[in-house]
Design a protein around this ligand. Structure first.
Ligand SMILES: [Zn+2]
Length: 395
């Protein structure tokens, strides 16, 4: 019988979360923790001792998707199906979220941060996922976020009013949410090629939110695009800016200095550019989409050079952005932007784990949460497009 808590893994190459080693490695796992890491392939010796040995071409930490919506399904790309999904019962949406968490784990994603759902289904799946035997990825839950009445974000956030109402709502959400999600701006108007509405919160209000969240021991993350909102988010010291389209160098400098991380989420915009027929975009709008993606890539490269912490997240659940599968696509966007593969993988593993308070890398004494692949992504670019040979979820 296989005892994964006492496994041995021999791999031709590996990535510890920050560092790529091209040569073979052997890891011994005991009681779910990494007991020993040795250079070279010692699998045969360990097998002779009666230990179960798993072999593969490449070992890396479990992938972490920093931005998903579990209750949404990115698979169907036609408008009527997506609208009908939003009207389903909470039971049906919970089943959809469970399927998303299962699909994520099947693709080697061991942890996701759910970026908001108004029903709190993310909390429910977080609880179910605590038992590793359920076959679900682990969930860091953003619960329901906060927004202004009659403004964007009703599917993932509740309304707040004056300062007292902000304080009360944040305090209440902090009881169950792992993080507080702020809907700071609307979405991009692709026809206009810009974010056209005003931010939902002023700098003082955003500061009140981050300070209140901090008082209750919670991090904040802000849905935010467009330079007005980005300046507010960076100066209010949210812990992470999500999406962040229309970024500029000055804001990146503030983010670096204030230790504000960035989750760029290329996937949903890239899908709409790659498959404009799904929405029926005009040639003019397709041009806007390309320009927005190119500028986003340029600022991602700049952020990497300037030392802004990058969290890789896909916005899975958005149209055309499928849970689990989208990780490979988002990594491709990082590579297209000119980042080295090691930086993209670090954003998808160690950076996310550190940001969420977990041991960042595969080191001795760390919980063993890892993927064993049939090929090295450093040798074969499609290696991460296939589900791993094996995924270990920490107990
Ligand atoms: Zn989102």
């Amino acid at each position: 019988m296989e005892q994964p808590e006492f496994a041995v893994v021999a791999s031709d190459g590996w990535f510890d979360g920050e560092r790529h080693v091209a040569g073979p490695v052997t890891l011994r796992v005991a009681n779910g923790k990494i007991a020993e890491i040795g250079a070279g392939d010692h699998g045969r010796v360990m097998a002779a001792w009666g230990l179960a040995v798993h072999r593969g071409a490449f070992l890396m930490p479990g992938l972490v998707d920093a931005h998903v919506h579990l209750f949404l399904d990115g698979g169907p790309t036609d408008g009527p199906t997506r609208s009908a999904h939003m009207k389903k019962s909470v039971e049906e949406l919970t089943a959809a979220a469970r399927a998303s968490a299962r699909q994520s784990l099947d693709h080697g994603v061991t942890l996701v941060r759910d970026a908001g759902d108004k029903h709190g289904i993310n909390h429910l799946i977080r609880d179910e996922a605590r038992a590793a035997t359920n076959g679900l990825c682990r969930v860091r839950s953003g619960g329901s976020g906060i927004k202004r009445a009659k403004r964007y974000g009703a599917f993932m956030a509740g309304d707040v009013g004056d300062d007292d109402s902000i304080r009360d709502s944040v305090a209440q959400l902090a009881a169950d949410n792992d993080e507080i999600k702020i809907i700071l701006t609307g979405i991009i108007d692709f026809d206009a090629g810009a974010v056209t509405d005003e931010p939902q919160f002023t700098l003082d209000e955003a500061r009140l939110i981050t300070a209140t969240a901090k008082k209750h021991g919670r991090q904040t993350f802000a849905h935010c695009s467009g330079i007005k909102g980005l300046r507010i988010a960076a100066n209010a010291t949210v812990d992470a800016i999500e999406h962040g389209f229309f970024m500029d160098r000055e804001t990146l400098a503030i983010m670096r200095d204030n230790q504000v991380a960035w989750t760029p989420t290329f996937c949903p915009v890239h899908f709409q550019w790659a498959k404009p027929e799904a929405v029926g975009w005009s040639t003019n709008t397709i041009g806007h989409l390309r320009r927005i993606i190119d500028s986003h890539a340029e600022h991602l490269r700049l952020a990497h050079e300037m030392g802004v912490t990058l969290l890789l997240g896909t916005d899975a659940g958005s149209m055309g952005v499928e849970h689990g599968k989208a990780m490979f696509e988002e990594i491709q966007r990082y590579l297209e932007a000119g980042l080295p593969l090691s930086a993209a993988l670090q954003a998808a593993t160690a950076n996310n784990r550190r940001h969420f308070g977990l041991a960042p890398t595969l080191t001795v004494d760390a919980d063993f949460e890892a993927n064993l692949l049939a090929a090295s992504p450093f040798l074969q670019s499609s290696a991460l497009a296939q589900p791993p040979l094996k995924t270990w979820l920490a107990g």
